[in-house]
Design a protein around this ligand. Structure first.
Ligand code: UDP
Length: 250
């Protein structure tokens, strides 16, 4: 058990679409969904208010469509719809794990879930529901990483958790360079100076401007999210400078 020692009061957790497909090549893997949902339910039980931002890459990325001749804005709309499918699946899995959850979509689809608004999101969080945010920013030419940073800023989250396949930020790609070193902590300025890609550029800029710390951690295994929230296990904490002025102070 990760225990009830969460470091943060309100967290945005970014899950890529690929994180939901397990060992499959696309789509959703039921066992993986169930594991992540248990983890999120446990994290909420630790008293953390949780907003999950889901990607869509397990179904469709706009850039793939653009490569095949679909205009980019339309291709990105398809990508945003992919995130809605994931959000509905994650919402269902969290509820199955015993925790109330609500999907909210930045692309309004009132027949399938509530449209996203800051007010609705804060209302659900205040009632102890995990919110699952679909549609990224609601605009083409963005990613769900940027959507996650945007929601973290507007919901005054104390931290942005970026789930990845590796256990933090490395000095080089650990799959290619055996000498790559993992950082326990980094400042956002150090990440820029060392040219380390923590999130995509727009997402990182938003987090930096709004002084939101980013925790990069490995999603594989039980309780990965709960442990990251409790500061247990391996991860990299990317801190803003001058903490306390913006949204990012715990
Ligand atoms: N997308 C978009 N605007 C956003 C977020 C996402 O148009 O604000 C589209 C874009 O086409 C993207 C796709 O949705 O490729 C899926 O999101 P993303 O690539 O971020 O998913 P992930 O890689 O995290 O699974």
């Amino acid at each position: 058990m990760a225990g009830s020692s969460a470091k943060w009061k309100r967290a945005v957790v970014k899950l890529s679409g690929e994180a939901l497909m397990g060992s499959q090549t696309h789509g959703l893997d039921e066992a993986t969904l169930a594991r992540i949902a248990r983890d999120l339910a446990q994290s909420a039980a630790m008293g953390v208010e949780i907003a999950v931002v889901v990607g869509g890459g397990n179904f469709f990325r706009g850039i793939q469509g653009a490569d095949k001749g679909i205009d980019r804005a339309r291709a990105d709309s398809i990508g945003m719809l992919a995130t809605v499918m994931n959000a509905l699946a994650v919402e269902h899995a969290i509820e199955r794990a015993g925790q109330p959850a609500r999907a909210l979509s930045a692309v309004p689809m009132p027949y399938v879930c509530q449209p996203y608004s800051r007010q609705a999101a804060l209302n659900h969080l205040g009632k102890g529901r995990v919110i699952v945010l679909a549609g990224g920013t609601g605009n083409p030419f963005f990613t769900t990483d940027t959507g996650a940073a945007l929601r973290a800023a507007e919901l005054s989250a104390n931290v942005l958790l970026k789930a990845t396949q590796v256990d933090g930020v490395y000095s080089a790609d650990p799959k290619k360079d055996p000498g790559a070193v993992r950082y326990d902590t980094l400042t956002q300025d150090e990440a820029i100076a060392k040219n380390l890609a923590v999130m995509d550029t727009a997402a990182f800029a938003l987090a930096r401007e709004n002084q939101i710390p980013i925790v990069v951690f490995r999603l594989a295994g039980e309780e990965a999210i709960a442990n990251a929230l409790a500061g247990k296990g391996l991860s990299t904490l990317v801190t803003p400078e001058g903490r306390g002025k913006g949204a990012g102070s715990p």
